[in-house]
Every structure is written in C-alpha cells, then in structure tokens.
Design a protein around this ligand. Structure first.
Ligand code: BGC
Length: 365
C-alpha cells in the first residue's frame, strides 16, 4: 500500500527524477540465483499469471496479452482467473508452484490473503511479481509493476474540480465520494490520491459532501461491483438530495461511474460530473456523448509488456529496471516498483488519447 504523505510523495517524485537523470534505476534481481550474464532458468519455463475477478475490461485484456506475449517470448504461460474468489486464487497459485513456475505474476483479489501461497512460491525458488495491485504483509514479493496509483487518484480529483468549474464557475459544489473495493490494495491509494486534491476544498467549503460520508470506509464499493455502487448512489440521492442538485461524483473507475450515472438518470436528476478509470469502451463512448466526464488511460498493453520484460530480464539473469524504490511499502517491506504514468482523458483529448489503441482508436476517430 502506498503509505506516504505529501512530503513523502514529493521525495518519491524527486527520487524518480534523479533515477531518470542518472539512468541507473536498476535493482538486484530478486531471489533468482543467476550468475552474472548467465541464464537464471530455461527459456521455455512455465510462467504463472494469477489474475483476479473480471471486475473491469483491463483484466480481460491482460489475459490474452499475457498468453500471447509470453508464448511469443518462448515461455509457457499459465494464466488463470479466480472468478470464484480468494480461495480459488490461493489454489491456483499453489498449483503454479507445484507445476514448477519460475516466475509468478499476481494480480490479487485480496493482496493480504496470499501469504501461505507466496511463501510456497518463495520456497520453490520462484520470483513473485505483484501486477497492478500490491501484495501486502509479506516478505515474499520481489517486484511491483503498475500504473502510478496515487497519481491516478490525483488526476481524478483534479478532473472532478475542473469539470464542475466548467459547468458553474464558482462553488459551493455538492459532491459524493465513491471508492473501490477495500480488499484491493489500490482502492485506498486511489482514494488518498484524490483526497489530496479534494480534502482542502472540502475543508474550505468549496465542496459539500451532502451525505457527510467522507471517509474511505464510508465510500467503499465491495468487490468493485456496479450493483453495489448503484445501490449506494440510489440511497444517497433519496436520503440526502431532495430537491438539491448533485454537481459531481468521485468515481474510482468506469464500471462504477456508469453505475452512478444510471442511478442519477433513474432519479430524474441532471447528470453530475463523474470521473472514472480504465478507458472502458462504454465509458469512452459516454465521454464522447457528453455524459461521463473523464476516464484514465492506463494502456494495459504497456503494463503487460513491461511485466513480460521483467520476466525476460529475470530469465536472462539481468538486473531489473526499477524506477521507484521508496513508495510501495507493503506492511513488511518496501517493494521495488516499476511505475507507468497514467493519463487523464476527457472530451477535450479523447480523440488524440487513443490513436494507437486498436479498439478505442477507431471508436474515437
Ligand atoms: C485496477 C483498476 C480497476 C479495478 C477494478 C484495480 O486494481 O487498478 O484499473 O478499475 O482494479 O477492476
């Protein structure tokens, strides 16, 4: 979990900049027992990829990209979804260890519930890479690869303010806050990033959270499920918004953004400014239609590509490229990370943001 305040964040940014300048963002290659320049394990080794539930399109896309990318690099991929929940994911990781996987890439459902399986992975000599979501409270995670989650939240908070200002030049604005699933380590980081922008505006009265529900615990959406967000939005609208307008909603991703918009439409209210994340097809269309206000472009192809580069480097016995050594503290250790930069997308840049995207490019032309 990202556990730093503003000063820590600034220090982390400075550290990343320093690494970029000196081009020396390299770290020791985890647990692999390679000799310098020698292969750490055979090129046709099994690589396990444990993905969570299909809570958003990015995970579905990742499955195909991992299968194709690992195969074309010469590895044997074993890519699994755990739609049945945490125990299914635990069993899948144990099975990957038994089958002799050399690297296990994990997008956890619950980052704190895999301790036993990650210990098994470590004992077998496998390297563990946390993918997109951090693995918590364990020594047995070697690397983390993700988009900068805190920055995602900051961009969402800024977009919410910009969107409302564009509709009505001055506040106060009535807003509600939604967060992701509390078992996903990312959810709190997104929320903290957004609140680093929004909290000062709540404190100075520019923003009014009419329901009074400003804490992460009050804002969470179990399982990242649309129906849970929709139900909470229904309750908030009925309970707190009689004739008052709702100007904006912080939504942590596109699935939940569309659920909130559905709820507001059903209540017959004017649509508020609603943020999102993931560049899901329906949300990109909604942005173009002037409904959802923003999303975040976190190109899954680049994230998977970097995860596979890590696997290739491990196989070749090379040191891995790391650009953040300080930010991702998991409760037990600081996990060396490679972070990619997220991009905010609104109606303003929707036509240029996805020019290289095979699915979104044609839609946004
Ligand atoms: C991912 C988001 C996604 C969410 C729900 C998070 O961990 O980072 O991109 O919206 O999971 O699937």
């Amino acid at each position: 979990m990202r556990m730093f305040g503003k000063a820590g964040k600034a220090a982390a940014v400075a550290a990343i900049a320093a690494l970029a300048l000196t081009a020396c963002g390299r770290a020791d290659s985890g647990s692999s027992s390679s000799t310098a320049g020698g292969e750490a394990f055979p090129k046709d080794s099994l690589i396990g990829v444990a993905l969570p539930q299909k809570t958003s399109e990015n995970w579905v896309l990742a499955e195909k990209l991992f299968n194709d990318g690992l195969t074309s690099a010469g590895f044997k991929p074993d890519v699994q979804f755990a739609n049945g929940g945490v125990s299914e994911q635990q069993n899948q990781i144990s099975a990957m260890v038994t089958k002799g996987a050399k690297v296990i890439i994990v997008g956890a459902i619950d980052g704190a519930q895999l301790g036993t399986q990650l210990q098994q992975a470590k004992d077998s000599g496998a390297t563990v890479i946390a993918y997109d979501r951090l693995l918590l409270n364990t020594e047995n995670v070697d690397y983390y690869v993700a988009y900068d989650n805190f920055k995602v939240g900051v961009l969402q908070g800024e977009a919410l303010l910009d969107g409302m200002k564009a509709k009505k030049a001055t506040g106060p604005y009535n807003v509600e806050l939604f967060a992701g699933s509390p078992d996903d380590a990312n959810a709190k980081v997104f929320f903290d990033g957004a609140m680093s922008v929004l909290k000062p505006k709540i404190d100075d009265g520019t923003l009014k959270v009419v329901s009074g529900q400003t804490s992460f615990e009050q804002a969470v959406t179990q399982g990242w499920k649309a129906e849970n967000a929709q139900r909470r939005a229904d309750t908030l609208l009925t309970g707190s918004y009689g004739t008052a307008s709702l100007d904006g909603v912080l939504s942590p991703n596109d699935t939940l953004a569309r659920a909130v918009l559905t709820s507001v439409k059903a209540a017959g209210k004017p649509l508020p400014v609603v943020t999102g994340q993931d560049s899901e097809v329906e949300s990109v269309k909604s942005i173009m239609a002037g409904e959802q206000y923003s999303t975040i472009n976190k190109d899954t192809r680049k994230l998977v590509e970097h995860a596979i580069t890590m696997v290739k480097d491990l196989q070749a016995g090379k040191e891995l490229e790391i650009n953040d050594k300080d930010s991702y503290k998991n409760g037990v250790k600081t996990v060396p990370a490679y972070l990619l930069p997220p991009q905010i997308v609104t109606a303003e840049n929707v036509k240029t943001a996805y020019v290289d995207d095979p699915v979104l490019g044609p839609i946004t032309k």
